[in-house]
Design a protein around this ligand. Structure first.
Ligand code: S5P
Length: 402
């Protein structure tokens, strides 16, 4: 793979610099896949890497996302004798009017190959069309997709988002623990036991018995040793001046120890701007609550869209969103999803649970927040590891495999 990457750089398929993409995003990396057509041996080498990466998926047909991935799919088809399908961009207005060309029968399984994935829209369109034609799509393979690490290179990624994305990539975990226990002593024991498995430790300081300064000093020491970030789920929702006092003062003095906090969008951007001013380090940040996991939440539709839009006024402070779906396709924001359990369902009090595979793999968010799924388990460590494994597998399935 490294040799192949070197050659991709040599022939300028892969470029580093400052590039404004079609979407308006500025990227430090650019993949000009069409350049590869002049180097058939390199094209075959890349197709072979894709074949190796997709080996454990069982498929009988191969289809490239039009147009630039078609030669890759063709190469795979010829080398491995896999029948090729072509998905037209529009159905022909004459003759067969077919949108999927090639020989297949409904129920067969097809691998979709794409050259570069930024947001995945073209791939999802192709998958939908193949499924409508009766085909099964087990796996989508891309020659390039944005990993957590790559997203830290985007100039629009906020400092806290960069810290979190790098930590997730290095530690290989996208699980945040919701440490909703009764006392600070219990929270410290949890942090010590599960710290090695998680990227963030989330608390509601006002719901923990025995809160004092020694608690957050000890928590910060554990966080440093086990490498996780401290998340106070305060959900600020007041006018700017009050939100600032709640952040800096009182018993909790949140700004002194929390790396990240949550802020509701309901009061507009003033709370965010005040918190940013009061922030003890420019590396800290906030997540805007743009959707909620509970039944009947009003954070939907236009509210959600306005919350996402609002983040732009405070780009250095807002790291991303609390959400249950892909509320934005901009990869600089980190999407954090609560309401996650290994089995779908509810808690009888309005909470609704989705699985790690559903939120990370299918809906395309980045971090799962798990509370009772781990805390109520007999073996908390083994259960945290099971969530970590499931969420990481779902992430790896989403980004490039080669
Ligand atoms: O919409 C939301 C937003 C949040 S931050 N729904 C949520 O459940 N949360 C938080 O995630 C909630 O405050 C709790 O700490 C955690 C979910 O806990 P669980 O025990 O249901 O996994």
């Amino acid at each position: 793979m490294d040799e192949c990457t070197d050659r991709l750089l040599d022939v300028q398929v892969l470029k580093f610099g400052t590039y404004t993409l079609r979407t308006g995003l500025v990227s430090p990396v650019y993949v000009d896949f069409r350049e590869i057509f002049g180097f058939p041996d390199l094209l075959c080498e890349l197709a072979e890497l894709i074949f190796q990466a997709s080996r454990e998926a069982q498929y009988e047909l191969v289809c490239g996302v039009p147009y630039t991935a078609l030669p890759l799919a063709t190469c795979l088809s010829i080398t491995h004798r896999l029948p090729l399908l072509i998905r037209r961009k529009e159905a022909k207005g004459y003759g067969t009017k077919r949108i999927v060309e090639g020989k297949f029968v409904p129920g067969q399984t097809c691998l979709i190959v794409e050259d570069v994935v930024t947001f995945g829209t073209s791939i999802l369109d192709t998958a939908r069309i193949l499924q409508q034609a009766g085909l099964k799509v087990p796996r989508i393979i891309s020659a390039a997709a944005m990993s957590y690490g790559q997203r830290t290179l985007l100039p629009t990624t906020a400092p806290f988002a960069t810290r979190l994305l790098s930590l997730m990539e290095e530690k290989r975990t996208n699980v945040a623990l919701a440490a909703d226990v009764l006392s600070c002593a219990e929270a410290l024991a949890l942090a010590e036991e599960l710290g090695p498995e998680i990227c963030m430790f989330k608390i509601h300081a006002d719901a923990l018995g025995g809160f004092d300064e020694s608690f957050h000093l000890r928590l910060a020491e554990i966080a440093k040793r086990h490498r996780f970030l401290l998340f106070e789920d305060r959900k600020f929702a007041d006018i700017g001046s009050v939100a600032r006092r709640q952040y800096e003062g009182g018993i909790f003095r949140i700004s002194h120890w929390a790396d990240v906090v949550t802020v509701h969008a309901v009061a507009g951007p003033s709370a965010l701007l005040s918190l940013q001013e009061a922030c003890s380090s420019t590396d800290n940040g906030a997540f805007i609550v743009s959707e909620m996991s509970c039944q009947g939440s009003l954070a939907v539709g236009n509210y959600t869209q306005a919350a996402v839009e609002m983040a732009k006024v405070c780009r250095d402070f807002v790291a991303g969103f609390i959400c249950t779906s892909r509320v934005t396709t901009d990869p600089s924001w980190v999407l954090v999803t609560p309401g996650v359990k290994l089995q779908e369902g509810g808690d009888g009090q309005g909470q609704q649970y989705l699985t790690p595979e559903e939120v990370i793999g299918r809906r395309g968010t980045d971090v799962i927040v798990v509370g009772r799924g781990i805390i109520d388990a007999d073996d908390r460590l083994a259960t945290a590891q099971a969530y970590r494994h499931a969420a990481w597998q779902a992430y790896e399935g989403r980004v490039a495999q080669i």
